[in-house]
Design a protein around this ligand. Structure first.
Ligand SMILES: *[C@@H]1O[C@H](CO)[C@@H](O)[C@H](O)[C@H]1NC(C)=O
Ligand SMILES: *[C@@H]1O[C@H](CO)[C@@H](O)[C@H](O)[C@H]1NC(C)=O
Length: 364
């Protein structure tokens, strides 16, 4: 075992050192260092193996590139196809370093360089962190930029490896942030309470992490406070005016409708009242005639159409006749018939007709 220890101690040795993680921006190229010294005793063939170690026990380590039997074997690991090469054309001279190009954040991990030349064997691990630069941030305002209000200036970048720092400054006017501004460099916000018009201007936010920076500009325009009382008064006045107009329209419409109705009623009244005086006279006359005829008709029941005509006339005045005082009643036949009652009716038309004529005559 002593011999063994002796061999290991004096045998193959990787001379590259360093334990701090290597931080590189995405898209860049990194050289993973793995220099080695061979010992005289190491007589076997030289093997160099680079692998990406699994982050957990579930996954297997992935061989990335291989040097064996004086040959380089690339493209072992499909995600790194054509992006991994030995740094020198001939690694057997003591430089097993590799270059990784066009780095992606998924390339992050622990890499192991293992050099074997039996009986010598040695390995080295190193941690690579591929950091994504902050993409162009977005500068936005939250809240109403009105004097006296509270607003928030927000800066955020959708991409970029954390931690990302946000820095705000004002690039116009006094170049001073509002006195009431409260900055949050991690969230990227500025809280401004009771903002004043002097806060107006152009602001710049710079988002940065260890591998890059980017910025956005924000133009803030704080407006004077609006006269809310005046605005409310204006709204109320407008509403009242609208209501008034609606009321006038409704009133006019109702009047027009009422007038139309009224005209209709008047027409009806005219039809009912005005012509009836004429018709009353005519009915009275016709009644005298009708009654005469009816008397005749009653004598001769075959004269039906005239009888029906008479009964039609009978219907119109009868209702009015009832309300009239008997002295005014110019129509004796129906009244007489009614007043006379069934007894007269039974007696026949002739006795009815005679007083009618008498009365008619007395009135005329
Ligand atoms: C690897 O990278 C180093 C430095 O980054 C550079 O000097 C060297 O030429 C690169 N090798 C190859 C093969 O690209
Ligand atoms: C807001 O600021 C104005 C002056 O800019 C001040 O007069 C007022 O009292 C402040 N209001 C509050 C609530 O702090």
């Amino acid at each position: 075992t002593l011999v063994c220890v002796h061999y290991l101690a004096l045998g193959l040795e990787i001379t590259s050192t360093g334990t701090t993680p290597i931080e590189v921006a995405s898209g860049q190229t990194v050289k993973l260092d793995c220099q080695f010294n061979l010992a005289q005793a190491d007589s076997g063939p030289l093997d160099i193996e680079w692998s990406l170690l699994a982050a957990d026990n579930q996954n297997e380590d992935k061989v990335v590139i291989l040097y064996s039997g004086d040959r380089v074997y690339e493209n072992y690991y499909p995600p790194m196809k054509d992006r991994v090469h030995f740094s020198t054309p001939d690694p057997k001279n003591g430089d097993a370093s590799i270059n990784l190009s066009m780095l992606k954040s998924s390339d992050s991990g622990t890499y192991q360089c293992k050099v074997k030349k039996a009986p010598g064997i040695s390995s080295r691990k190193m941690q690579l962190i591929v950091m994504v630069r902050p993409s162009k941030p977005r500068c936005t305002t939250e809240g109403q930029a009105e004097e006296g209000k509270n607003i928030v200036l927000r800066c955020s970048t959708p991409e970029g490896t954390k931690p990302i720092q946000y820095k705000w400054d004002k690039i116009t006017d006094s170049k001073l942030l509002p006195a009431s501004a409260v900055l949050d460099p991690v969230e990227g916000t500025i809280n401004v309470r009771n903002v004043s018009t002097s806060a107006s201007g152009t602001y710049r936010c710079v988002a940065s992490n260890r591998v890059g920076t980017d910025e956005c500009l924000l133009v803030l325009k704080v407006t004077p406070p609006q006269n809310t009382a005046g605005m409310i008064a204006g709204i109320i006045i407008t509403l009242l005016l609208l209501l008034l107009i609606v009321a006038i329209l409704v009133f006019c419409w109702l009047r027009v409708r009422r007038r139309k109705k009224y005209e209709k009623e008047i027409c009806n009244e005219i039809r009912e009242d005005v012509p009836p005086p004429k018709s009353r006279i005519s009915t009275a006359r016709s009644f005298t005639i009708g009654s005469q005829r009816s008397s005749l008709g009653s004598m001769s029941p075959s004269n039906l159409p005239e009888y029906t005509l008479k009964s039609q006339y009978d219907k119109i005045p009868s209702s009015e006749e009832y309300e009239r005082p008997p002295s005014q009643a110019p129509l004796p036949p129906p009244s007489a018939m009614r007043m006379g009652g069934p007894s007269l009716n039974r007696m026949g038309a002739i006795p009815v007709m005679i007083p009618a004529q008498n009365r008619d005559g007395s009135i005329v």
